[in-house]
Design a protein around this ligand. Structure first.
Ligand SMILES: [Zn+2]
Length: 416
């Protein structure tokens, strides 16, 4: 389906959507209620304009209502389960059928094939809390279908990377897969230690945006292009780059992805908006107009590869990554990083923490080239961007990760 035109994919989405809406109206109490409250009949939803009248589903609601979202006729004990990482609160439990699980795996594998990996080839994973198979059957299955070696993101030390290199020599993975920042940390060690045997044919950086300067270091260390993907446990792969690396193709044969302004209207290409997803597959626990806590920008041009699915130019960050100015406006953490870390020489890593409207702490890992002039430039940039706020620069030896193994580069601690 990847070479269907955008229009053909869109028509297919609308027909799957109509099927899903009729299904939930008949078999899902939670959604039937919402539709009735909004005065909407599923049969009347035949265009995106009408679809946008359906209420938005928040993470908070899913967390609070849990299994009330299950449709009639599905037995929770017979369904597959996934849990979201708990970095911003209690995890969300997601339930789906075996069929949905396989379709999700298929789209993940299709994305990996775009960049040169083949089904069955070994994978080197840089992942927090790697899952080790515990039964003989699972171990055999992994050995045959998903041969994987892991580097735990909780301890990416030189010794651990050397051990990973030894496993790499034995298994010869073709794909390096991991959390974006952890792949970057691995790349810095590979460069510094002149490690030559970790040579993937493809690299996928997931779980967060790939910062421009991190992409540069990864591509230099491994000598190939890095690929960014965006997804979540609730709906699987949302978007992924192809071999052209011009942006992330929306997973339009399984989802409807909207990019919306605060007032609910459609954001223009190039304009950052909130990501709202509808899973066209999961009928057991439907996610309809589910608001991700991420901002992204759609691209105005199609990708040169000829695949029909539109592309996200980039994922800008989570809502919690936006810092606030005294006048109430907000600044994306990624643009702060782009304007400082990537432009001022001598800063190796950085994390920005805002605890009050008038106080920002900039944690930096200083490199050998960092002098007084660069420090002053850093403070001046933040002082101009956040007029009236006090800026403190704090030297640290590393940026620590959260319990789920992910890193956050800008953290706003002011409640909404
Ligand atoms: Zn493409």
């Amino acid at each position: 389906m990847q070479y269907l035109s955008e229009q053909e994919l869109h028509e297919r989405q609308l027909s799957q959507l109509s099927d899903l809406l009729q299904f939930v109206y008949a078999r899902n109490n939670f959604y039937r209620h919402r539709f009735n409250e909004a005065g909407i009949q599923p049969a009347s939803v035949t265009s995106m304009e009408q679809f946008r009248r359906l209420p938005i589903l928040t993470k908070g609601e899913v967390r609070a209502r849990g299994r009330e979202l299950l449709s009639d006729g599905f037995d929770a004990t017979q369904l597959q389960k996934a849990k979201t990482g708990g970095s911003t609160g209690k995890p969300i439990e997601v339930l789906f059928t075996e069929e949905v699980s396989q379709l999700r795996n298929a789209s993940g594998r299709r994305n990996k094939r775009w960049i040169g990996w083949r089904v069955g080839e070994p994978v080197g994973a840089v992942w927090g809390n790697p899952i080790e198979p515990d039964t003989i059957r699972e171990r055999l299955r992994q050995w045959i279908l998903d041969p994987t070696i892991s580097l735990d993101t909780m301890s990416i030390t030189v010794d651990a990377v050397r051990e990973f290199e030894r496993k790499w020599r034995r298994m010869q993975p073709t794909l390096l897969f991991g959390h974006a920042h952890s792949v970057f940390v691995l790349a810095t060690i590979v460069e510094e230690e002149n490690i030559e045997d970790i040579r993937p044919r493809a690299i996928i950086a997931s779980s967060m945006m790939l910062l421009p300067h991190e992409r540069e270091v990864i591509e230099r260390a491994f000598g190939i292009k890095a690929t960014n993907i965006y997804g979540c446990e609730e709906v699987g792969l949302i978007a992924g780059e192809c071999e052209w690396h011009e942006g992330l193709h929306l997973n339009n044969d399984q989802l409807i992805v909207e990019v919306l302004r605060e007032d609910g209207s459609e954001a223009r290409p190039g304009e950052a908006g909130l990501v709202v997803v509808t899973d066209l597959l999961n009928k057991a626990m439907p996610f309809i107009r589910y608001r991700m806590e991420d901002y992204a920008e759609l691209a105005s041009e199609p990708c040169s590869c000829g695949r029909g699915a539109p592309i996200l130019r980039r994922v800008v960050g989570r809502t919690a990554d936006f810092l606030k100015r005294l006048d109430g406006s907000r600044v994306a953490g990624i643009s702060l990083i782009e304007n400082t870390l990537t432009r001022i020489p001598g800063i190796e890593q950085m994390q920005i923490v805002q605890d009050t409207l008038s106080h920002i702490v900039v944690r930096i890992v200083p490199g050998p080239d960092l002098g007084t002039a660069q420090r002053n430039e850093l403070v001046a940039y933040f002082a101009t961007t956040f007029k009236g706020a006090t800026i403190d620069v704090e030297d640290v030896c590393g940026i620590s990760q959260e319990a789920n193994g992910k890193y956050r580069f800008s953290i706003c601690q002011i409640p909404d």
